[in-house]
Design a binder for this molecule. Structure first.
Ligand SMILES: [Mg+2]
Length: 405
């Protein structure tokens, strides 16, 4: 089988409300690039990458010179063709490779008539548990609904998500407001649902000393882990030496060099595996194997996803034995999806792993066109700008917090 074409389409998917984070916001929508890899046998594989626009589409187009004629079964050869580690110093293609790996696995599964998890060692679970992903939010521009800023709003939002989706673990995305206020929010949340578990993730916005202070203050609650309170392996190591909560990261251990550094001189206990950041599903499984050997925890990270990327997270979550924490997903913040059947459903806080051949999702062509049109209307948005504070930018560690009053 040979690859004959690669198509990339940028789409914009509206969110229930703009999501605030330590660097700015998702401005009420996600921009994603949907990949279709076509073969000479008529089988088409699907992939997805965060961000988009002309430059992303051109980046995929440029890889046609490398991959037209390539057999999609030859996954390792594809890695070295486009992601040779020394050549990558000049052309960082890890995320492009991830989207193409998803598509090739989809093609292989469809060709063999088996779901992707069968290609990866077989599934160990039928569904993958997810944590709620709680964000501070601006109100929806059109409806005025959905704001999360006060403690009451945060608890109401968590209650609503619990009722709708069945979450029993909650991740509070933070690093937006003064850590003193965010501590009040986190403790109030834990107090509201005392049987659930929690994770706090300010995206590295706190200083080492603030992180230690925060960590001491939350030691009494049921924490899954303390996620990237501060920036950098050395900062995380200093926090880890001073708190009694497992430390987690999706930012400072995102490749094998960093993973080996963390094993030689531990700074993080739980590695959050992201199928895009690590360059595909298979590198995540390789990393999970190393974590299993060294008895580090793993979980599945979300960098924002539509249904195709979600399917990669489900197949990953299905096959790794050491998945001891629920996964993260932004998915419940989306208002729609580009796959046939609409958004996948949560049942008891879990999503079922697709059993159809390949990734198990089919592109809804009308939805793809609808949201590609929306991208053309609205364009991109700057992830590292806050629509409520146009002149502000984040320092690391940050000290200029948004006003919560
Ligand atoms: Mg994180």
């Amino acid at each position: 089988m040979k690859i004959v074409d690669i198509k990339a389409t940028t789409v914009t998917m509206p969110l229930e409300a703009p999501l605030r984070h330590s660097n700015g916001a998702h401005w009420g929508r996600f921009v994603r690039t949907i990949i279709e890899v076509e073969t000479d046998e008529g089988i088409v594989g699907l992939g997805e990458m965060g961000g988009g626009g002309e430059s992303a589409e051109l980046a995929f187009q440029s890889l046609k010179n490398y991959l037209v004629g390539h057999d999609p079964f030859d996954l390792e050869a594809m890695r070295f063709k486009i992601c040779n580690p020394t050549a990558s110093l000049y052309n960082n293609r890890t995320q492009l490779h991830a989207a193409l790996e998803f598509a090739c696995l989809d093609i292989i599964g469809k060709k063999l008539g088996v779901p992707v998890y069968q290609l990866l060692g077989g599934k160990l679970r039928d569904d993958v548990p997810f944590a709620s992903y709680l964000f501070y939010r601006y109100p929806n521009e059109k409806t005025g609904a959905g704001e999360v800023r006060t403690i009451d709003q945060l608890i109401e939002h968590a209650k609503d998500l619990k009722e709708r989706y069945g979450f029993t673990s909650h991740k509070l995305k933070s690093g937006v407001f003064n850590p003193k206020y965010e501590l009040e929010c986190y403790l109030a949340l834990a107090n509201a649902f005392p049987n659930d578990s929690y994770r706090y993730d300010p995206n590295g916005a706190l200083s080492v000393e603030e992180s230690i202070h925060f960590g001491h203050a939350i030691e009494g609650i049921n924490n899954d882990f303390f996620e990237d309170p501060t920036w950098g392996l050395n900062g995380m190591r200093r926090v880890r030496e001073n708190v009694r909560i497992p430390m987690a990261t999706n930012t400072v251990v995102v490749n094998f060099e960093q993973l080996s550094a963390n094993i030689l001189n531990p700074a993080v206990d739980v590695i959050l595996l992201d199928t895009t950041f690590w360059g595909g599903i298979r590198p995540c499984i390789k990393a999970a194997g190393i974590c299993e050997t060294f008895q580090l925890g793993v979980a599945v990270h979300s960098s924002g996803e539509l249904g195709i990327q979600l399917a990669t997270m489900l197949h990953l979550g299905a096959v790794i034995p050491n998945l001891t924490f629920s996964a993260d997903a932004h998915y419940h913040h989306l208002v729609d999806d580009v796959i046939v059947g609409g958004k996948m459903e949560y049942c008891g806080g879990k999503i079922r792993v697709p059993d159809q051949p390949g990734l198990g999702v089919t592109l809804d062509r009308d939805k793809l066109n609808q949201y590609a049109e929306l991208y053309l209307q609205l364009g991109g948005y700057p992830y590292d700008r806050d629509p409520g504070r146009p002149d502000w930018y984040a320092l690391v560690p940050n000290s200029n917090w948004a006003d919560h009053r």
